[in-house]
Write a protein that binds this ligand. Structure first.
Ligand code: NAD
Length: 281
């Protein structure tokens, strides 16, 4: 029997254990530029999830044509606010804005999406005590929730983005997490099958609908599908779920797998940032 790694159920259960200070709740600000339909939908999901666990949230909605300087000034103001624990800039940003400059403008202590080089640098140095990137953290928490046998496995991650693939490779290869041997594949990988077929845990973060087929995976592998592509109002993952589930020992669905766990990780980070701010006041 293949185990379905249900991110909705896991996040619901894990949220109940979150310790939120209800007298002076954590406060996160979502900075949204423009009216990208998926961004509007993600922000509304994140805001609702915050409300459910008594985290305060605000939306700072800026027009599509906001200048980079205006956006930087806005972030500076939120950085200076003593009542704000977290700042999340919803991606993607319009092309006239340099993402890197925006990431670097966020106060690392408030960087609940873990985009700032300081936080990513800490992770790459083996320190997992700070704010961690939401999707990688969500994937780790999901696998832990289902108490899978994870230690020292061969992990293959496809996709090297700075929000998913690359930081996930850093997180899972830490001794303090699952001490995995990680292979990071990408568009330049010559023989993808060679790597995917050896993997005990295969993570697809590519953005190509149903790219991963049964032939890619090893019998009994754990398959984590990060991909989300919207096609005719349907959300489709990177994994051909129906065929791959016949061979996998555990698999995430899309939707309802990694997505809800990414939101859960954001809640976790916001609470952590709040605790750390209070400890320094
Ligand atoms: P991206 O879009 O920035 O990059 C895609 C990566 O896939 C690149 O590193 C590229 O080298 C690799 N790739 C593309 N085609 C390939 C191929 N044929 N073989 C091997 N590698 C290939 O990546 P991203 O921002 O991490 O997004 C990936 C997917 O994950 C998207 O569908 C995105 O919507 C989704 N996503 C989901 C969540 C979530 O919470 N579920 C969070 C972030 C991103």
């Amino acid at each position: 029997m293949t185990l379905l790694l249900d991110g909705r159920a896991a996040s619901r259960s894990l949220r109940e254990k979150l310790e939120v200070d209800r007298k002076t709740p954590p406060h996160v600000v979502f900075v949204l530029v423009g009216n990208h339909p998926s961004s509007l939908s993600y922000i509304s999901i994140k805001k609702k999830s915050c409300e459910e666990v008594f985290i305060q949230s605000s939306i700072c909605h800026l027009p599509e044509d906001v200048s980079e300087i205006q956006l930087l000034e806005t972030i500076k103001r939120w950085n200076a606010r003593g009542d704000v624990d977290g700042i999340l800039v919803q991606l993607p940003l319009p092309p006239h804005i340099c993402q890197k400059r925006i990431f670097e403008a966020i106060d690392p202590k408030k960087d609940v999406d873990c985009l700032h080089p300081y936080n990513l640098g800490r992770l790459s140095l083996g320190d997992t005590s700070g704010l961690l990137p939401c999707t990688p953290l969500g994937i780790f928490e999901l696998m832990r929730f289902y108490q899978l046998d994870l230690m020292q496995k061969e992990v293959c991650i496809i996709g090297r983005s700075s929000i998913v693939g690359r930081p996930l490779s850093l997180l899972l290869s830490q001794k303090s997490t699952i001490d995995a041997t990680v292979t990071l594949c990408h568009q330049g990988t010559k023989d993808l099958f060679f790597h995917t077929k050896r993997a005990d845990i295969l993570v697809a973060a590519i953005g190509r609908p149903e790219f991963i087929k049964q032939e890619h995976i090893k019998e009994g592998a754990i398959v984590i599908d990060v991909g989300i592509t919207r096609q005719n109002d349907r959300l489709i993952g990177d994994v051909d779920f129906l065929s791959v589930q016949q061979k996998a020992s555990a698999i995430t669905p899309v939707p309802g797998g990694v997505g809800p766990m990414t939101v859960y990780a954001l809640l976790q980070n916001t609470i952590k940032a709040h605790k750390q701010r209070k400890a320094t006041v």
